[in-house]
Design a protein around this ligand. Structure first.
Ligand code: 3NM
Length: 521
């Protein structure tokens, strides 16, 4: 019999979650709401009580053809006559459980690493509970937090093991706010999760029926930000660039999208001016509580952690969730990511807290986000010298884009932009951009606005933003009235504006300056 693992409920009888309510009534409501499989997890009751509770729950689950499994206790599963067990790494071994329960029982195993996952799959587990995804107070002694990146690695390894069709659910900190994103970001090319397992999101909910119904809806629908992409071939070729980029500028002009910047105090004014010059409508608001209203206006959000504070981080998370829920593009600019412990922690918190359509940073910032910076200490928020060759930088960008299932843009003398499939090297720009404050930050603003104009072609949209920004810088730097970084800033704003006007008037000759190449690996 095919088992539906999509909404997997694990019970909990601790007062913090169950409060003084009746577990059987809650499970009944949850099953009616759409839970597809239930595990009785009770670490405290005596064996007799456990069997009694299992039998009561089984009446409820059987009525809806929902399988009931018992955590750890093969004896209780046998005594209550339920469909199977779920075993942890420290519980009875899989082979013994199978021998005792027989070939038809459903047996699931908790796995926290690739090794544990592959061993259990090849050992004949029907499904695996992969985790711990996010930190959770529901279970004590959880092992490492794997995040969506860890899930993806496990799924990828499982897809090539001897039992590639083993079913999988994830567990740990899963709730309505992250279910869709976790399913989306954890998917490996040839294997994805079959469902999500939750405890507190249903057992702790005031209305378990509604909570289950909502989770069911969420697992069945892709997240709003997951738009199927139509990327043109040969995007590095001049004629393709000339054909593909101007329409994005035109779409931007038509939409005049709101560009909501949660940015640092240094660049607010400059970023607002850049947004105006490229044809977006800027709003500079670091207040997370107004983000849901702003997100409904169909614009983009920039989360720039240039002057991050603990309070600011909470605001970013609220805004991130608001934009994710409506599919508004979000750009993450991890300014100075490697400079301090606080910033490194902020990066982890933000990546665990929502989906970024694009992550933009210099080499050190991207290395920190990717977790490959090791003990490199970034000094302040400046870029610093490059320590890597182009192909090495490109591979890092591509791998991070694959891991996050988004776009990554690494700035530098040559910028690298990747969606995990296509990786482009962009050789435009001018050294004055490195001599003024906020050029990286305002590139983030620019790219965010462009993503609104190219939701089905995110990489084309991002490329359009980068080219407009950097070719405007080249043109400004060449002007006679520009004698250095000070005179460069107003000229740069002028050129952003001028290029936009030229393009809208049907003149795309500025694109002849584009220096774009595909990076092959
Ligand atoms: N197992 P919540 S985490 C039962 O990582 C359990 O193996 C975990 O609770 C693991 O959905 C966990 O409330 C608790 O976060 C999950």
């Amino acid at each position: 019999m095919a088992v539906d693992y999509s909404v997997y409920l694990v019970t909990d009888n601790t007062p913090a979650i169950l409060r003084s309510r009746d577990l059987v009534a809650i499970v009944k409501a949850a099953v009616e709401g759409g839970v597809t499989i239930v595990q009785l997890r009770d670490k405290t009751s005596d064996t007799g009580d456990l069997i009694r509770i299992a039998k009561q729950l089984h009446e409820v689950t059987k009525a809806r053809n929902v399988p009931l499994l018992i955590n750890d206790r093969v004896d209780v599963a046998l005594a209550a006559g339920v469909e199977g067990v779920h075993i942890g790494q420290d519980d009875i071994d899989l082979a013994s459980a199978r021998r005792l329960l027989g070939p038809d029982a459903i047996i699931g195993v908790t796995a926290n690493s690739i090794q544990e996952a592959v061993t259990a799959a090849e050992g004949g587990a029907d499904y695996l509970g992969l985790g711990t995804v996010f930190s959770t107070s529901t279970k004590e002694n959880t092992k490492s937090i794997v995040g969506t990146a860890g899930l993806r690695e496990m799924l990828s390894a499982l897809s090539t093991c001897a039992a590639p069709s083993v079913s999988t659910v994830c567990i740990g900190g899963i709730n309505a706010s992250n279910t869709q994103r976790v399913l989306y970001q954890s998917a490996a090319p040839s294997k994805q999760l079959d469902g999500v397992a939750v405890v507190s999101a249903i057992i702790g909910a005031d209305d378990p029926f509604k909570a289950a119904q909502e989770l069911k809806r969420l697992v069945e629908t892709p997240p709003a930000f997951a738009v199927e992409q139509k990327t043109p071939v040969g995007l590095e070729k001049p004629d393709v660039i000339r054909m593909e980029i101007p329409p994005v500028l035109k779409a931007l002009a038509d939409l005049t999208p709101l560009c909501h910047n949660m940015t640092n105090m240094v660049v607010q004014n400059f970023a607002a001016n850049v947004a105006l010059c490229i044809g977006a409508s800027p709003i500079m608001s670091n207040n997370g509580s107004e983000a849901p209203d702003l997100a409904r206006l169909a614009g983009a959000l920039v989360v720039n952690m240039g002057t991050v504070t603990d309070e600011g981080l909470k605001n970013y998370l609220s805004a991130l969730r608001a934009y994710n829920s409506v599919g508004g593009p979000v750009v993450f600019d991890p300014v100075g990511a490697g400079a301090t412990t606080q910033r490194r922690t902020a990066v982890r918190t933000l990546l665990a807290g929502g989906y970024f359509d694009l992550i933009k940073g210099n080499e050190n910032e991207i290395r920190t986000v990717a977790g490959t910076a090791g003990d490199i200490q970034q000094r302040g928020v400046d870029s610093g010298a490059s320590a890597m060759g182009l192909r090495e930088r490109a591979a890092l960008v591509r791998d991070l884009a694959r891991r996050e299932r988004n776009l990554v843009l690494m700035t530098g003398a040559t910028d690298v932009l990747s969606d995990g499939e296509l990786t482009l090297a962009i050789g435009n720009g001018h050294e004055y951009l490195g001599a003024i404050t906020g050029s990286g930050c305002t590139l983030g603003t620019t790219v965010a606005a462009f993503l609104v104009a190219g939701k089905e072609q995110k990489i084309v949209a991002a490329l359009a933003g980068v080219l407009l920004f950097e070719i405007a810088a080249e043109r400004a730097a060449k002007r006679e009235d520009v004698r250095g970084p000070g005179t460069f800033v107003p000229a740069f704003l002028d050129e952003l504006y001028a290029i936009r006007k030229e393009t809208l008037e049907g003149n795309p000759t500025w694109l002849e300056a584009a220096k774009v190449a595909t990076v092959t690996f």
